[in-house]
Ligand binder design. Structure first.
Ligand code: UDP
Ligand code: UDP
Length: 474
């Protein structure tokens, strides 16, 4: 007789039924999908709260791929109340969607109260937790946060409200000393946090206070990557009485992730890589929607050309930025693509980043250090040259530097800084890192740690089993 999933994973007890409440943006949806994929191997029922239309086409494709990959997932369609966007002039469309979700969350209670089999736990994105946790508590359900950034960022999110409570209300936001974790300089903070009137800041503060009131926090990290921040959270040094922290990463991507729109180009990217010598290619990518000006992109292109290295560049492909609308020729300038033909490839399409990072031809990742990219580089043992662009990227870059995943160019420009980093400087740094055997070895050792963490008996694997056991303890 075939073993059940419970027998295979050695779990006992009643099945739990977990409802996931993801938020908007690929940086949130991808790690949710990956975690759901990992949890599906255990003996639990899973439902996913789904809002259509999504903000971006990439998110719609990703949701379709998720339900296709895991036919046993239940889909709970959720309808948003209308939000008057004119209330928030200039707000980012994703932050606006977070607000629309937050203001509609009271409709979630009745929806999940009627679901069968009976729901036992809710797993919320951090952007929604101050709304979701009270609803879960009313229904006597466990509530967890699935955090899509680092443990260091979780400590900032949870400590920031306390920091503000203790600071003179009139004084400017300065460096934030997180107990047990260390100093986050003012210039490394997600820059909206410097303005208390920003919608993002209000949400961040409310959610940050709520984290400690949940039943636990799941984080896409592992003990060897962020030992200090994880210990500080777990020892309640950051916030007194903090709940369980499950470091369950690094997640790996799902089989059918985003294969439709980019299939053709993705194949040509990988077949191009197959023809390149080992560790000869610099992979350059700044995530789904990180703004890099045309002028700065041209400096990056000049730097790559001057470095003499082979390269694969992915320009922003989704999210509707300037680079997405303009042709590569407009962005990179006349003659560039011809001059680098054969040794450089540039694409606007979706690439399978995990496959690229695992490819033997790739030797360096020049990245905005979005957290998903950092964990993917860590898992691949690929040295990362971090050039943060905004949001939580500088906080993530502190982990890149402290863990040995790579090097952080701390003085390179970011959010709101208009000056350009010169092609000369970029080219010289890329060339230096491509020749840096010690950095390569350090990153490779990190990759071994990542593999150990998710293997049976490793810290992340054990954390996952502890989480599943809690789900069944109701
Ligand atoms: N964040 C948070 N609490 C909130 C809202 C956001 O901790 O209530 C985090 C979020 O997970 C991310 C960062 O703040 O790590 C925001 O980064 P960014 O502006 O790059 O946006 P995102 O990557 O989430 O789209
Ligand atoms: N990604 C990808 N192919 C692309 C663009 C992005 O696979 O062409 C994936 C990448 O592997 C990562 C995620 O999209 O998992 C980007 O998340 P990250 O946190 O690095 O940056 P964000 O886009 O949220 O700024």
């Amino acid at each position: 007789m075939a073993a059940t999933a419970a027998q295979r994973t050695g779990e006992a007890g009643a099945r739990g039924h977990v409802v996931f409440v993801p938020s908007a943006g690929m940086g949130h949806l991808l790690p949710f999908s990956r975690f759901i994929g990992a949890l599906s191997r255990h003996d639990v029922d899973i439902s996913v709260v789904t809002v259509v239309p999504t903000v971006s086409a990439a998110e719609a494709d990703q949701l379709a791929a998720l339900f296709n990959d895991f036919p046993r997932l239940r889909r709970i369609d959720f309808h948003l109340l209308p939000l008057d966007a004119s209330e928030f002039p200039g707000a980012d469309p994703f932050v606006l969607r977070w607000e629309a979700l937050r203001r509609s969350m009271h409709l979630l209670g009745p929806l999940i109260a009627g679901v069968t089999p009976r729901v036992t736990a809710v797993v919320s994105d951090v952007t929604l937790v101050s709304q979701v946790n009270p609803i879960a508590k009313d229904l006597h359900l466990q509530c967890y946060v699935l955090f899509v950034s680092s443990a260091t960022m979780m400590s900032l999110n949870s400590y920031f409200p306390i920091y503000l409570d203790n600071k003179d209300a009139e004084a400017d936001v300065g460096d934030v000393d997180i107990p047990g974790v260390g100093r986050i300089a003012r210039s490394w903070l997600p820059q909206p946090l410097l303005d208390m009137n920003k919608l993002f800041t209000k949400q961040f503060i409310e959610n940050g206070r709520e984290n400690a009131k949940t039943d636990g926090i799941l984080i896409n990290t592992f003990d060897a990557l962020e030992p200090v921040a994880l210990a500080a959270l777990r020892d309640s040094k950051v916030v007194r009485g903090f709940p369980s922290v499950f470091a369950v990463g690094p997640y790996s991507s799902l089989a059918s992730e985003m294969k439709d729109a980019g299939a053709e180009v993705e194949d040509s990217t990988l077949s191009w890589l197959h023809q390149q010598p080992a560790r000869s290619v610099v992979y350059v990518a700044f995530g789904n929607r990180s703004a890099v000006s045309h002028e700065q992109l041209r400096e990056i292109a000049a730097g790559l050309e001057a470095s003499g290295c082979r390269f694969l560049g992915v320009l922003k492909t989704t999210g509707g930025g300037r680079a997405a609308r303009d042709s590569l020729r407009d962005v990179l300038g006349d003659g560039f693509l011809e001059r680098v033909q054969g040794r450089g490839m540039v694409t606007k399409a979706w690439v399978d980043q995990e496959a690229v990072l695992g490819h033997p031809a790739v030797g360096l990742f020049l990245s905005h250090s979005g957290w998903n990219s950092v964990t993917e580089a860590a898992a691949a043992g690929m040295p990362l040259l971090a050039w943060p662009r905004g949001g939580d990227h500088r906080v993530a870059a502190t982990v890149v530097a402290s863990s040995g995943v790579g090097v952080w160019m701390e003085h390179w420009s970011w959010d709101g800084e208009e000056w350009l980093v010169s092609g000369e400087e970029i080219g010289a740094k890329v060339k230096e890192m491509m020749a840096d055997g010690a950095a390569r070895e350090k990153a490779a050792r990190g990759g071994e740690e990542a593999a150990k963490a998710v293997a049976v008996g490793g810290s992340s694997h054990t954390s996952m089993l502890e989480f599943v056991a809690k789900l069944k303890a109701t």
